[in-house]
Design a protein around this ligand. Structure first.
Ligand SMILES: *Cc1c(COP(=O)(O)O)cnc(C)c1O
Length: 386
């Protein structure tokens, strides 16, 4: 068993992918060109936003969004303590300062109740990450932002097509960013990313900034971050399958829920009410996480820890001087979370094998105590097939 089987996904759509790649090579449309234009148009349409600006990867997308929103030297941005480092390092790259916020116990996303105490006169915005495919609690986040005059970036790298109270993620903030890293719910065959927004000013700045500040006329200095034609053509093929793959992820997640429901010591993922979780990752919790993980590996079941530490506790952020007491929820989670295999091509029998292995570790079948037949008397003694 593999944690993610990208080759199985390729085999399922091999003819379409091979044809798309051959077309790009025949046309030599390697940089920009019709496939990139088509992808930007179709992805904007799929998410339901006015603008999509493609770029090199999901990390660049956040950096570009921060620059487009005018982040300046020393400006502060509030982001979640529990995420991939891209949702924080880009703030520093853009000249800003990271302010971490603790997470929700049930949903692993930034805790809106704890955001306000991080707000200072230098705060400019909030990065909300829809972690594991679960939407962050956007209504209170947007309300706080409105009240304090802050912008909001949605980091949708793990949440393509997830919905929050009827709204697709990526449509609610001032800008939203996506990653198409190969293992993401919509993945290229290399690096790729994009920014989406309903704000014309943000889209215009982002498109210029990501392309050296404008081709022909450089109205400013920018960076070079682009989606290439091959990746765009591959993504155009995969876009057609995204809804089906998402439904398959949700179906398998529901099966795990069922199989793991009554195992003491295992906590399965919660879904926020009125939201659609798209299960980029299926993350369980166990107090005996490390031993459980080892048992699963012995049985040939790969797992990951997303992520081994909350960001404030990595050496990269030691300069902030945080202690576990500053982020009690994220700190506790880092010792308990475990991501188990989940991808659309995973077979029902494999889901069962994973669940069996977890059950055998956490809730081994109780051994029948010796002498049970005598103590139970005639009725028990008569059932010889035991
Ligand atoms: C993957 C990811 C990113 C970065 O995307 P890349 O394409 O790898 O640069 C950003 N944020 C989160 C939450 C991610 O999971």
């Amino acid at each position: 068993m593999e944690f993610v089987n990208l080759h199985a996904q390729y085999l399922g759509i091999k003819d379409e992918i091979d044809a798309a790649i051959a077309t790009v090579i025949r046309e030599s449309s390697f940089i920009r060109g019709p496939h990139v234009d088509e992808f930007e148009m179709r992805f904007a349409e799929l998410v339901g936003v006015r603008h999509c600006v493609s770029c090199g990867d999901g990390t660049d997308a956040i950096y570009i969004a921060l620059r487009a929103l005018g982040l300046g030297q020393g400006d502060e941005v509030i982001t979640t303590a529990h995420t991939w480092i891209a949702s924080a390092e880009t703030v520093t790259q853009a000249g800003g300062r990271v302010a971490f916020c603790d997470t929700e116990d049930e949903y692993y996303c930034i805790d809106p109740l704890r955001i306000e105490r991080q707000i200072t006169p230098r705060t400019r915005g909030i990065i909300a990450v829809h972690l594991y495919g679960q939407p962050a609690d956007m209504d209170p986040i947007l309300e706080l932002a409105r009240r304090h005059g802050l912008w909001v970036i949605e980091d949708c790298a793990q949440a393509h097509l997830a919905t929050y109270r009827g709204r697709v993620v990526g449509t609610m903030g001032d800008a939203a960013t996506f990653s198409f890293y190969p293992g993401k719910n919509l993945g290229a065959m290399g690096d790729a990313g994009c920014l989406v927004t309903n704000r014309g000013d943000v889209a215009e700045f982002a498109a210029l900034f990501a392309r050296h500040g404008g081709k022909g006329e450089h109205v400013m200095e920018g960076i070079n971050s682009r989606l290439d034609g091959l990746q765009a053509a591959i993504l155009n093929v995969k876009l057609r399958h995204l809804r089906r793959w998402t439904a398959e992820r949700q179906h398998l997640a529901a099966r795990y829920d069922e199989l793991l429901a009554d195992i003491p010591g295992i906590r399965t993922p919660m879904r926020r009410a009125e939201c659609e979780h798209v299960f980029h990752l299926y993350v369980i919790r166990s107090q005996r996480r490390d031993a459980l993980r080892e048992r699963l590996h012995e049985r040939g079941i790969p797992t990951l820890i997303n992520y081994p530490k909350a960001l404030p506790f990595y050496p990269a952020y030691a300069y902030l001087g945080h202690t576990p007491a500053d982020f009690p929820v994220a700190y506790r989670h880092q010792g308990e979370i475990l991501s188990i295999p989940l991808y659309p091509e995973l077979e029902a029998s494999q889901v069962e094998a994973v669940a069996d292995a977890i059950r055998s570790f956490e809730a081994p079948a109780p051994r029948r105590p010796a002498g049970v037949h005598q103590t139970r008397g005639v009725a028990a003694g008569s059932s010889k097939r035991d």
